[in-house]
Design a binder for this molecule. Structure first.
Ligand SMILES: N[C@@H](CCC(=O)N[C@@H](CS)C(=O)NCC(=O)O)C(=O)O
Length: 241
């Protein structure tokens, strides 16, 4: 039996993590039976979720989770796509996860109001006297990482412009289709829609919400994906709040 480790609904999203949503959707797309359990980041070497266990074998990272399950089943979430579509699929995933997510992360973690009603909840198990210091250390680390990547050197207006160009590209690819590459979901739909849902949540005070929701086809797409994969919460109660 496979178990996917992550977190269920928070911040008016099916998971606080776009990567957990992505793996959840991809396992559903592949049609495998799996359990869901709350992640314990201290128990795995990469200290990130999602991770998967499959009869004792540990697989870390959403990309390797998909590759593992596809290899086991002998089929792929890219089946039916031609070479150009497969290339575009990977590029859209990397843009959403490697770029757009950076903007979303800064909006959630580095804006005080958003941080305190959102990611601060992850620190509820840190003893009170140490909590503020630990939270500040983590936020400083995120700010430093984003500065190193270059994203943190832009003004907020510039960052949002970059996000708007990502969203234009996704909306342009989707156009009037149900999914990114036609009428059935493929690998990139899980990755891209999870990032869109994370950016579009109205839980946080961020211009990203209206940037995503300004594209009617992206709103319909998120609704379609949510109805298909997240109609019911199958995650155990969160241990983080
Ligand atoms: N490349 C990884 C990214 C996973 C990731 O960044 N997960 C975040 C949650 S959104 C995490 O576990 N962060 C904990 C930490 O960095 O300490 C994947 O695709 O699975």
């Amino acid at each position: 039996m496979m178990t996917l480790y992550g977190w269920g609904p928070m911040f008016d999203c099916p998971s606080p993590s776009p990567y957990v949503m992505k793996s959840d959707m991809q396992l559903q797309m592949l049609g495998v039976d799996f359990d869901r359990a709350i992640a314990d980041l201290d128990s795995v070497s990469k200290r990130k979720a999602p991770y998967l266990t499959d009869n004792g074998l540990l697989v870390q990272d959403s990309n390797f989770i998909r590759a593992h399950v596809e290899a086991r089943l002998g089929r792929s979430l890219l089946d039916g796509l031609d070479a150009a579509e497969r290339a575009a699929s990977w590029a859209f995933e990397r843009m959403a996860e490697g770029h757009l997510t950076g903007v979303m992360l800064m909006e959630r973690w580095l804006k005080d109001g958003n941080f305190h009603k959102g990611p601060a909840l992850f620190f509820s198990d840190v003893p009170e006297p140490a909590r503020a210091g630990v939270m500040q250390e983590v936020r400083d680390g995120i700010a430093a990482t984003q500065y190193e990547s270059g994203l943190g050197r832009h003004s907020e207006t510039e960052r949002l412009q970059l996000a708007a160009w990502d969203l234009d590209a996704i909306a342009g690819q989707l156009a009037g289709q149900d999914f990114l590459f036609g009428d059935r979901p493929t690998a990139a739909d899980a990755s891209v829609s999870a990032v869109l849902i994370s950016c579009a949540t109205e839980y946080f005070d961020t211009p990203l919400t209206s940037l995503v929701r300004g594209h009617g086809n992206l709103v319909d797409y998120m609704d379609r994906v949510t109805a298909r994969y997240f109609a019911k919460n199958l995650w155990p109660a969160p241990e983080l709040v």
